[in-house]
Design a protein around this ligand. Structure first.
Ligand code: GDP
Ligand code: IMO
Ligand code: MG
Length: 423
């Protein structure tokens, strides 16, 4: 009996999950997304090709890999179909290799409008959502009013759709939100629903557990990051799903005992897109340099990402919450030119020292306590073995391992598949 290994982000998303899942997928027979939706933007680069995936798992560019969209995902059929056409346009093969959960909830055009209406209503205190309808779609799931992929073949699907749409319109009108064109997106949505029927729509929990009992190895791919988790993230500035490892159980239909390795990904620094607390955020030239060198602009929305130093207090917290068994450090090359690199090793809040990520992070002023490391001042993007990495970087890695108690198994030195140092 095989286990499911899980790859997930330990920060606020965009750690490089797409790249690493694509790298590791060659060692697995299936990749499965377990939560989130098209709010995710997972970039993959190989040779002269690059692609940003939103709903399709990042195993799709490995020919022999099956790809599951799990029941924990919220699916926008319009975005999915555009994505599939995009993958095929660069030579990827989707047909027969993509399995979609009947139990995945659908994102309706009015979910997207409601997302925008809610954000507009919040004004200055908006979450900075990706406006993909994620919050409203999960709200309907929890309220037990949602539509699911398995419903699309039912004879009264259109009536169910219209009833839910009309309920959304009541809410949108109550918020005084105008200026949307529902007719056009509704037509596109039904076209995409028709196209969806050609795909393998399955009881994913049965298929996945069958795979495991037949010794088929599965890699679960998280979206967003642990600090955006609905329960343990910086609420209310979070997404609407459980991004932690536990989400892989409920989002795929596997028992906790079936979880194998938990691979936690983090950047050598920190970024966040959207509103909410970020203790180590930099508002100076150093943050600007990180943004420029790391091309820190959202893969889904194009928004500039907020940048700051690596926060080990937050990292240790998310390592604990996920039970990470090993760590993967991304974008180490972005630090190539820095004279010194700082890491946050403690917080001060209300005159007290803290060594954990507190509930009050959203409301109280937190002052990070830093430790400084000497930069390596060398271009590491061409390095392929751990031994050949500069000593300053190895010292940085050793400190992170010591602080978190978890080994770093991979260091990523560039966006391409090949720019990966496996220890
Ligand atoms: P994800 O959402 O976690 O999959 O991450 P994104 O794709 O949103 O953002 C990561 C960005 O960093 C993408 O543009 C990647 O191509 C890029 N990237 C990934 N790994 C590395 C790396 O090691 N070095 C550099 N310079 N860029 C990387
Ligand atoms: P990947 O998988 C970074 C952020 C949004 C916003 C908050 C809520 O690419 O790492 P939502 O649209 O989910 O209601 O937005 O969460 N957010 C992400 N930030 N990477 C992501 O995904 C994100 N998905 C959502 O910016 O602050
Ligand atoms: Mg992303």
């Amino acid at each position: 009996m095989k286990s499911v290994d899980v790859v997930l982000g330990l920060q606020w998303g965009d750690e490089g999950k797409g790249k690493i899942v694509d790298v590791l997928a060659s060692d697995y027979k299936a990749v499965a997304r377990f939560q989130g939706g098209p709010n995710a933007g997972h970039s993959i680069c190989f040779g002269d090709k690059s692609f940003v995936l939103h709903s399709v798992p990042s195993g799709i560019f490995r020919e022999d890999t099956l790809n599951f969209i799990g029941n924990g995902v919220v699916l926008d059929p319009i975005i999915l179909m555009e994505e599939i056409h995009g993958i095929e346009a660069i030579g990827g093969k989707v047909d027969g290799r993509l399995l979609i959960a009947k139990r995945a909830n659908l994102i309706l055009p009015t979910h997207r409008i409601l997302d925008a209406a809610n954000e507009a209503h919040k004004g200055k205190s908006k979450i900075g959502s990706t406006l993909k309808g994620i919050g409203p779609a999960y709200t309907d799931k929890i309220a037990r009013t949602g539509l699911r992929v398995g419903d699309i073949c039912s004879p009264d699907f259109r009536q169910k759709y219209e009833a839910l749409r009309d309920w959304h319109l009541i809410q949108i009108n109550a918020l005084g939100y105008t200026g949307y064109d529902l007719a056009e997106s509704e037509a596109k949505w039904f076209e995409a629903i028709e196209a969806l029927k050609a795909f393998r729509i399955v009881d994913n929990e049965v298929e996945i557990n069958r795979c495991l009992s037949e010794d088929v190895s599965i890699l679960a791919e998280g979206a967003q990051g642990s600090l955006l988790d609905i329960d343990f993230g910086t609420y209310p500035f979070v997404t609407s799903s459980n991004t932690l490892c536990a989400g892989a159980c409920t989002g795929l239909g596997i028992a906790p005992a079936r979880i194998g390795k938990v691979l936690g990904i983090f950047k050598a620094y920190c970024t966040r897109v959207g509103s909410g607390p970020f203790p180590t955020e930099l508002f100076d030239e150093t943050g600007e340099t990180m943004r420029r060198l790391g091309h820190e602009y959202g893969a889904t929305t194009g928004r500039a990402r907020r940048c700051g130093w690596l926060d080990l207090v937050a990292l240790k917290y998310t390592v604990m919450m996920n039970g990470a068994t090993s760590l993967i450090m991304m974008k180490a090359d972005v630090m190539n030119d820095f004279d010194t690199i700082k890491v946050c090793v403690g917080y001060e809040m209300g005159g007290k020292k803290l060594d954990y990520f507190p509930y009050e992070a959203g409301t109280e002023e937190i002052t990070p306590v830093y430790r400084e490391f000497k930069g390596w001042k060398t271009d590491i993007s061409g390095v392929r073995t751990y031994d050949a990495l500069p000593q300053e970087l190895k010292d940085y890695v050793a400190f992170i391992e010591d602080y978190t108690g978890v080994p770093v198994g991979i260091v990523s030195v560039g966006p391409d598949r090949d720019q990966t140092v496996v220890r």
